[in-house]
Design a protein. Structure first.
Ligand SMILES: *Cc1c(COP(=O)(O)O)cnc(C)c1O
Ligand code: SF4
Length: 346
């Protein structure tokens, strides 16, 4: 076993272990863990300062996961949009390819909570081959998002095989890896892994940080290794109640990401994934957070705020209103609230 695999193997997976460590009554969490698995590896556990801090809320089960009557099993209708198992083809020119069933930590707010880390998420050589076949015979797909689960939990050998097979498809222009590993298990990003990924350019990595406390020296080293391998890095952050639903927290996170050479890509309204209702925020909160960034800090620090519409509608961008009147003379209110105007062209 490699170093990172040993760390992963020492994860907390039972509420009793959690109870011992934090002196809490873990009994109510046992039923939650039977339905939705828990995995908190020693690295991420070490960042949790105590019950209900922003990292705790992301990692530790909550009894409310079992009483959510608002949200949906499959909020993005992914199963119906999969022509073959584990390949979601929703948009014309790109596809989402689920190649791993496990993660370095099971996030309580996961959009694929229905299956990630459970037997429901069956990824095998067979499903991967079927996905590759589908991509091969669908040349409209020019961008493949490799996700899961977390693809970087696959072994180096398996990743090399998979990425090699994707790269061999002439219509695949871009490969994107969606991974939370730089945040939740940064020691997985070895120099060997970075050298391996570099062989499959143009390859992008979109990672996932939600709170400034996750921007550790280890995470910075992981991002550095990837960036030094010429991999453009993006971040998809999810707005979560009691975790990061405040302008100053998001601003610190965005600035910290940029210092690690990670470009904030999306800021998501949490999906309506069953078992996560207690973590969702109001859409208005996200729009106010975005308003607090636009103009007040560099454009590089401003992600696209979006919600992914239930039923497979896709991502809908959300923007604060700046246009106060359209027409030959357009009227605006700028980021400071000052009125401005512009004479239309054309
Ligand atoms: C989010 C998503 C994509 C990628 O969308 P981008 O806006 O290109 O990042 C592709 N397919 C599916 C099914 C998705 O959910
Ligand atoms: S890393 Fe991503 S896929 Fe895995 S549990 Fe977290 S949100 Fe879900």
């Amino acid at each position: 076993m490699s170093h990172w695999q040993k760390i992963l193997a020492a994860s907390l997976t039972s509420p009793a272990q959690l109870g011992q460590r934090f002196g809490i009554d873990s009994e109510p969490l046992a039923a939650v863990c039977r339905r939705y698995p828990m995995r908190i590896n020693p690295y991420y556990l070490g960042l949790i300062t105590g019950p209900h801090d922003p990292l705790w809320r992301q990692a530790v089960p909550d009894p409310r996961e079992l009483t959510d009557t608002v949200c949906l099993e499959d909020p993005l209708d992914e199963e119906n949009l999969s022509p073959v198992p584990n390949l979601v083809h929703k948009y014309p020119d790109r596809a989402l390819f689920l190649v791993a069933s496990q993660c370095a930590m099971y996030c309580r707010f996961c959009t694929r909570k229905r299956k990630v880390g459970t037997a429901q998420m069956a990824v095998s050589d067979e499903t991967i081959r079927a996905g590759l076949d589908y991509i091969r015979k669908t040349p409209a797909i020019r961008d493949v998002l490799v996700s899961g689960g977390d693809p970087l939990l696959l072994s180096d050998e398996r990743l090399a095989w998979l990425l090699g097979a994707l790269r061999a498809i002439p219509s695949v222009e871009i490969i994107r890896i969606g991974t939370r590993v730089p945040c939740t298990l940064p020691m997985r990003v070895t120099t060997r892994l970075a050298a391996l990924l570099k062989r499959f350019h143009p390859l992008y990595v979109n990672t996932h940080f939600n709170h400034p406390a996750e921007l550790t020296a280890e995470a910075a080293r992981a991002c550095s290794r990837l960036a030094d391998a010429g991999i453009p890095l993006g971040c998809q952050t999810v707005l979560l109640r009691g975790v990061n639903d405040a302008p100053l927290v998001i601003r610190r996170l965005m600035h910290g990401l940029l210092r690690m050479r990670v470009k904030p890509y999306y800021l998501f309204q949490a999906d309506m994934s069953r078992g996560t209702d207690h973590l969702r925020t109001k859409v208005e909160t996200g729009i106010e957070i975005l308003r607090s960034l636009i103009g007040h800090t560099s454009g590089l620090a401003v992600p696209t705020l979006a919600l992914d519409a239930p039923g497979g509608g896709g991502k809908i961008p959300l923007l604060p209103e700046y246009i106060s009147q359209m027409g030959q003379r357009l009227e605006f209110v700028n980021y400071r609230g000052v009125p401005c105007s512009y004479l239309n062209g054309g």
